[in-house]
Design a protein around this ligand. Structure first.
Ligand SMILES: Nc1ncnc2c1ncn2[C@@H]1O[C@H](COP(=O)(O)OP(=O)(O)OP(=O)(O)O)[C@@H](O)[C@H]1O
Ligand code: SF4
Ligand SMILES: [Mg+2]
Length: 338
């Protein structure tokens, strides 16, 4: 039985504005095991980044965590002092932010940005300098001594992403939060970053939360996955089951909209309609207006996230109608250690 490193229960993070409340995360629950890669997937705006920011304590006004429990190795991060939280954040968790260009300071050399991410006060400036070079080497930046003197704009997109990964690894995190680490990179560079993250995760024995809207990337990296929709989790299971036997209409819709499904003889079908406004959520299932299986009760009551098979959870009241939907696509499969 795997050890749970993080358990999130009924997390709610809202952006409370003057005239509206945006329910970015609205009752999210999941857990992550040691050395596991857990994927958070879903369309733009469904609350993936807000979930990650909540976990690492980086929700800023008008955002607020209004409910929930974030249990990290037995400590509820929402119940400890800001100082204690800072300590755990600085030593146990690292985050790769979604936009490397905005997350890096354009007027500071790379060496300063990496060196300032070492929180250990016992380290001398020289030790930090040497460790920064070590990290740049670890993430595959050639001539790291020279590149320490560069500014962010002097790096290519892929190299900037490697710098972001180096900064996230500075605290030797047990849990790495990677928010869209491959978005905005071309396919070849994307593959290199996926391989780098998979290798680092194995080497450093980390757990990882991978946020992506790209199911192909998720298939190459994740052990288990959660599908998010409108601030909520709709389905959780292992990656092979999710791709082979999805049990939520939204997951099925996502898989049907993938080009790879068409290549395998399936029909390419985009999901019609748009996600709901998170500041004006419908009473019942948020997917109801787009769902071909919708029943009258769906529009009145939000179903619970229920375990339908061991380890497979779905938030759909009509899950039995989906029982025969199998093997929409085969997962690409995680690559083997090199
Ligand atoms: N600072 C903010 N103020 C108000 N609303 C916000 C703020 N930040 C995020 N939101 C809203 O919260 C919701 C969830 O945003 P989030 O960034 O978590 O989405 P996401 O799933 O990461 O999307 P993407 O795939 O585009 O990165 C969105 O509706 C977004 O508009
Ligand atoms: S609960 Fe109803 S509307 Fe929601 S996904 Fe299931 S069948 Fe569709
Ligand atoms: Mg995001």
């Amino acid at each position: 039985m795997s050890n749970t490193i993080l358990e999130v229960i009924d997390l709610k993070t809202y952006y409370i504005e003057k005239n509206r409340v945006v329910k970015a995360v609205d009752g999210v629950s999941f857990s992550i095991n040691e050395e596991e890669t857990f994927g958070l997937v879903g369309e733009s705006g469904c609350g993936k980044s807000a979930t990650c920011r909540s976990l690492i304590g980086l929700v800023h006004k008008p955002g607020e965590i209004v409910n929930g429990c974030i249990n990290y190795k037995g400590t509820d991060l929402l119940k400890i002092s800001p100082k204690e939280l800072e300590k755990i954040r600085g030593s146990e968790m690292g985050m790769i932010f979604q936009e490397p260009m905005t997350a890096l300071n354009p007027v500071l050399k790379i060496k300063e940005q990496i060196m300032e991410s070492f929180k250990d006060k016992a380290l001398s400036k020289q030790q930090k300098y040497e460790k920064a070079i070590e990290l740049l080497r670890l993430v595959g930046i050639p001539s790291p001594e020279k590149r320490m003197e560069s500014f962010p704009h002097q790096f290519s997109g892929g190299m900037r992403q490697r710098v972001m990964i180096a900064i996230a690894l500075a605290s030797k995190p047990r849990l790495l939060l990677a928010d869209e680490p491959t978005t905005a990179l071309d396919v070849t560079i994307q593959d290199q970053i996926i391989k780098l993250l998979n290798d680092l995760k194995r080497e450093l024995k980390m757990s990882m939360i991978l946020v992506t809207h790209d199911l192909g990337v998720a298939a190459q990296m994740c052990d288990r996955m959660a599908v998010m929709y409108a601030g909520n989790i709709m389905e959780i299971t292992d990656a092979v089951t999710l791709f082979g036997s999805p049990r939520h209409p939204y997951t099925i819709g996502l898989l049907n909209s993938l080009a790879v499904n068409k290549e395998k003889g399936g029909k390419l079908q985009p999901i019609n309609g748009a996600p709901p406004d998170l500041s004006n959520m419908p009473e019942g299932c948020p997917f109801a207006p787009r769902c071909q299986y919708c029943e009258p009760l769906c529009e009145k009551q939000l179903p619970d996230l229920q375990e339908i098979e061991p380890g497979h959870l779905s938030r759909c009241r009509c899950v039995e109608k989906l029982a025969n939907i199998k093997g929409i696509i085969e997962p690409a499969g995680k690559e083997e250690p090199s």
